[in-house]
Design a protein. Structure first.
Lengths: 165, 213
């Protein structure tokens, strides 16, 4: 990569890094894992950037590369260890002020449930939380739009069941 | 489902709670791959240590002990073994320190320095192992020539020769040749083992220097 391209990449990355942080928060259980995944995604973005033609927005491209990397890493780690240690380090503090114990509990339950979803479903709920339309979700994840809707409905049902048992 | 809206709201509220890295930090992160290479160097040093320890453990028995004693090398080998283990443990510690250091420092400049340090450690490590091999072989040849089963015939042959100096020179040359070959083989092994990892480190180093300049 030449200097100019490097510079453009780093500026774009700096602006949109939150996307990667958010993905990491869903796919990792502690700070160290978050950092490792963030680094891995950074490296993959860096490697893939010269092939990025600019026919989509940088952020759209970033979603795709970051999610794919997260899924790949998730599967790699899955092979090594299957135990799930839900620490929710990043989700312990509530981000806004109006504290409601019931809401808080619901949120914590939902985040926990999301953490236990499989790799693809996590990506789906992530895109949903990011307010992405179904066509964008389906093209990013490489699954059909119908399949996306079906999967999303299943996740919603699952969450509903957890909250209203 | 109103809970999902709640979740979405919370998700958005968290937007500002994530770490913010500047360009330099991001760039360094990308080139921090070095740390995983250094981690491997550390693991390999441990694996090697375990391998040699296991090997000497399984080959050690009363027969080899008697053989070593018969050529008067028992204490020589023991002292060498103690030195060897002490230094190897020190090296494992160094590799560990390198690994820890490289995973914690943040600036690319520090990273460059750490990489150089790692390369130096590896070089020292290889040199130490080569010298231990050469020293033990040297001792072995000395023992075999002076106290081995063929000692008598060797000394007789030397006495028969008109030019006994030349005779001994040839024996010495053969020993040195064998030692040289053994050292060369071990060196090639290390070259292969560490060469690939060091090459990757070197590339990272080059890129990082470009960033600093």
């Amino acid at each position: 990569m030449d200097k100019k391209l490097e510079h453009i990449f780093l500026s774009e990355f700096e602006t949109h890094q939150n996307i990667v942080h958010k993905i990491c928060s869903l796919y990792s259980n502690d700070r160290e894992a978050h950092h490792d995944l963030f680094q891995e995604i950074s490296i993959q973005l860096w490697k893939a950037y010269p092939k990025f033609r600019g026919d989509s927005k940088f952020s759209t491209w970033m979603y795709r590369v970051a999610i794919n990397t997260a899924i790949t890493q998730y599967r790699k780690n899955k092979k090594r260890t299957d135990t799930h240690d839900i620490e929710n380090v990043l989700f312990k503090t509530k981000a806004y002020e109006d504290y409601d114990p019931h809401e808080e509990q619901q949120l914590s339950l939902m985040y926990q449930a999301i953490k236990e979803l499989n790799d693809i479903d996590k990506a789906l709920i992530f895109m949903f939380l990011e307010d992405k339309k179904y066509d964008e979700i389906s093209s990013t994840l490489g699954i059909s739009e119908v399949n996306t809707r079906v999967k999303m409905n299943r996740i919603k049902k699952k969450l509903n069941k957890i909250l209203n048992p | 489902m109103k809970e999902l809206d709640l979740l979405k709201k919370d998700w958005k509220a968290r937007e500002d709670s994530y770490p913010k890295l500047d360009k330099e930090a991001l760039y360094t992160l990308i080139w921090r791959r070095s740390s995983s290479i250094v981690k491997w160097l550390y693991y390999i040093s441990i694996a090697e240590f375990v391998f040699w320890t296991a090997l000497s453990f399984f080959t050690k028995n009363s027969e080899t002990d008697a053989l070593v004693k018969s050529i008067h090398l028992y204490s020589f080998i023991n002292i060498l073994t103690v030195i060897n283990y002490a230094v190897l443990i020190y090296f494992i510690y160094r590799f560990y320190k390198n690994y820890k250091k490289i995973s914690y420092n943040s600036s690319s400049k520090e990273l460059v320095e750490s990489i150089l340090k790692v390369k130096r450690t590896v070089t020292h490590y290889v040199w130490f192992n080569l010298s231990i091999l050469a020293t033990s072989l040297l001792g072995l040849f000395y023992g075999i020539i002076h106290y081995g089963p063929a000692t008598e015939s060797i000394f007789n042959a030397a006495a028969k020769e008109d030019n006994s100096l030349l005779f001994w020179a040839i024996i010495a040359a053969v020993c040195i040749l064998i030692i040289g070959l053994a050292v060369l083989l071990l060196w090639l092994f290390y070259k292969l083992l560490y060469g690939i990892l060091l090459k990757k480190l070197k590339m990272n180093h080059k890129e990082l220097r470009k960033l600093n300049s």
